[in-house]
Design a protein around this ligand. Structure first.
Ligand code: AMP
Ligand code: MG
Length: 406
């Protein structure tokens, strides 16, 4: 029986497990997912220091003339103690001396030879950066399941970490099925068709951080399909398109089943893309998408993206949505759980017209998609919708409402 969209996503969230791990230099870790919590081994800042170029002072000396004969630079290790009636010049980042109660910025004083006139308003701890106010020793500064970006690397480097443990890169294998298909780099006859799905999934999977292998299109026979499958079983994910409907030569599912596929999701209540199948052979996850390009793309974005996120160990593996509004009226056939591709300009969602399952051109315009329930036949301009972005990743650590409640 067909699964609903939400059942299919639940089953992905519950069944797919992360790939194993490796240790890599932090400089190479952008986009990778950390496998454990990282705990700070020391405070950041490591010591109380000055947030400004200025003067280390006592609060009691506010609005007084004090003497100043010493300077502390960043990188110094000062041993003196600040006494009432005096100030010590100090640079940004330099450790504050013993007895210092506040820093007064250079801009706020008047200086004459060795005498400094301090302002009347000096608050305790002003412009002092306290040890541990940024990262506290013993606290988690990078949590398990986070996708590393340049700013996480700043935290790792600030803790003196040279390497980080991450999930390894997911290996994806892709092939298309269909006697009518030719690779895009070969000569084509009038009755034939270029395989546009496989290069599309190859590049999209690379986009999403996978290591991808594309093998030649399989002919529509059980023997050819089984040979293609055999040569890809070392992958973490196999993505196929075509041969999953009820045509006489639709052997994809049979071929995978012959090689031991356990079916997890057998068809999904979605338009377009109902024949989609998800299964496993040992630890390899298999997704058979329909051949129609736009139908396969929609199902890739909804289900394979979720599989990749979960497999990569991400905490935020659920789809996130952006709440926006329809920018014009759009009528739909109704009666099905359906997907509408559209453009998003930052303020409103504009459905792409036309968008048919067999088309290629609408896909390149799509910034996101919305999901609608069978009762919807009209999306009026101004109606609030939940868009699942395609052109960028917007994810969630918890399940959020995916359908647009029109
Ligand atoms: P199928 O799912 O095999 O019945 O294919 C449905 C439609 O999608 C047919 O018109 C196919 O020619 C087309 N199609 C199948 N695979 C691809 C592909 N890899 N690239 C482009 N079109 C395809
Ligand atoms: Mg076919």
């Amino acid at each position: 029986m067909a699964s609903s969209i939400l059942e299919a996503l639940d089953s992905i969230a519950q069944t797919i497990t992360p790939v194993d791990q490796e240790i890599i230099p932090i400089e190479h870790s952008v986009g990778r997912v950390v496998t454990e919590d990282y705990i700070a081994t020391f405070d950041l800042p490591r010591f109380n220091n000055s947030a400004m170029d200025g003067y280390a002072v006592k609060v009691a000396d506010a609005n007084k003339e004090v003497t100043c004969s010493e300077v502390i630079y960043a990188g110094d290790n000062p041993t003196m103690t600040l006494q009432e009636g005096s100030a010590i010049k100090i640079m940004t980042g330099a450790p504050i001396p013993q007895g210092c109660e506040a820093i007064v910025p250079i801009e706020d004083v008047t200086v004459q030879n060795d005498t400094v006139h301090l302002p009347s308003d000096i608050k305790k701890n002003n412009f002092i950066r306290m040890a541990g106010e940024d990262i506290k020793k013993g606290s988690v500064f990078l949590s398990k399941g986070t996708v590393i970006n340049a700013y996480h690397i700043a935290s790792l480097a600030s803790q003196g970490m040279t390497h980080v443990t991450v999930h390894r890169i997911i290996k994806v294998a892709i092939f298309g099925t269909g006697d009518e298909l030719r690779p895009h780099f070969e000569k084509i006859e009038a009755h034939q068709l270029y395989n546009s799905n496989s290069p599309m999934f190859l590049t999209r999977s690379k986009d999403l951080g996978c290591d991808v292998r594309f093998i030649r299109t399989s002919a529509d026979t059980l023997e050819a399909l089984e040979a293609s499958i055999q040569s890809t079983l070392d992958a973490d994910i196999i993505i196929t398109s075509g041969g999953v409907s009820v045509g006489d030569k639709d052997f994809t599912k049979e071929a995978f089943t012959n090689l031991g596929m356990q079916v997890l999701i057998d068809k999904i209540d979605i338009k377009p893309g109902r024949p989609t199948i998800v299964g496993t052979i040992d630890r390899t996850v298999i997704i058979n998408l329909p051949g129609n390009p736009l139908a396969s793309m929609v199902n890739y974005e909804l289900f394979i993206r979720a599989i990749i996120r979960k497999m990569s160990g991400r905490r935020d593996h659920y789809h996130g949505t952006i709440s926006t509004v329809m920018n014009n009226d759009f009528s739909v056939r109704g009666g099905k759980y359906a997907v509408v591709l559209g453009k998003f300009d930052g303020t409103a969602f504009e459905p792409i017209k036309p968008q048919m399952p067999g088309m290629v051109s609408p896909m390149q315009e799509a910034d996101g998609l919305i999901l609608i329930t069978p009762d919807v036949t009209m999306l009026n301009s101004g109606t609030q919708v939940n868009m699942i972005p395609i052109k960028w990743e917007f994810c969630s650590e918890v399940k959020v409402e995916l359908f647009s409640d029109c």
